[in-house]
Design a protein around this ligand. Sequence first.
Ligand SMILES: Nc1ncnc2c1ncn2[C@@H]1O[C@H](COP(=O)(O)OP(=O)(O)O)[C@@H](O)[C@H]1O
Ligand SMILES: [Mg+2]
Length: 306
Amino acid sequence: MQILEARNLKKFYREKGREVEAVRDVSLTLAAGEILAFLGPNGAGKTTSIKMIAGLIRPDDGWVRICDRDPHHQPQALKLLGAVLEGNRNVYWRYTPEENLEYFGVLRGMSQNAARKRAADLLERFNLAHKRRALVQSLSRGMQQKLAIAVSLMHQPSLLLLDEPTLGLDVEATEDVKRLVREIVQEGCAILLTTHQLAIAEELSNRVAIINKGEIVTEETTDELIRQFSGSAYVIETERPIDAERVRKLHLLGLECATSRTIHVADAPMLYQVLAILKPLPILQIQKDQANLTDVFLKLVRGDEA
Ligand SMILES: Nc1ncnc2c1ncn2[C@@H]1O[C@H](COP(=O)(O)OP(=O)(O)O)[C@@H](O)[C@H]1O
Ligand SMILES: [Mg+2]
């Protein structure tokens, strides 16, 4: 069963008499144990889509199902959902981490006892136990963000919506959040993740959906997307300079050495012909012309040429 199914979501805003098409057509699905990176430039409609999925704003058209329930009409759907929205408004700054966790747990239907126990577990796991009685406003941004994620997990949701969870975090806190995301998904949660840090999206996601001007322009597994945008070329580097006799043989194949130790090869069949010539020279490395998510993103969103 799909954990999330969103179909043809649309949202228009009226601003100063003008209509803004925030989301024109967004469909997304997510299965248990999957991380979908939801990427797009500023203003593309990511946060608006996430708010519709979370039941916070009503779509003008289209529908959302979380484990077959409609968050806009069936309040039980909200129990299946955890969300950390953009910005810092997910926790109460004048309360402690412990109080926040217990408060939100009870708010989502947990007993006081169950909430207390789960809060203690999460504080431990998120490395926040030593700060459990400090005011949230006194914590670092990274700790506040970890707390916001912990709060969203109190009631063990099936679907977690993370809107820019690593924005403004330092390297260490970012690593912490990445580790937690991996753990949460291994426990079977489905995660919808937006981030501007494409390296993080590439590392964490199984699939990528790219939104531009309110519409999904691409949806594909992360590996396949990167494969599609990667070239077929290789660069071979030898440990020592290639001798004149081999240079001559490579020349017959139409290849020039880029330096005395590097050769560029167009594709895999050619790679093996070149390796046969080089044999038994020690090879330092063979590198494939590999795209990354940033290359893919820029080409799809800005229409950049390769
Ligand atoms: N409450 C609102 N009223 C008017 N326009 C809005 C509102 N929320 C978002 N928008 C507009 O909708 C578009 C999409 O915004 P948003 O969903 O926040 O994009 P993203 O999260 O991808 O940056 C933007 O043009 C934004 O200005
Ligand atoms: Mg946003």
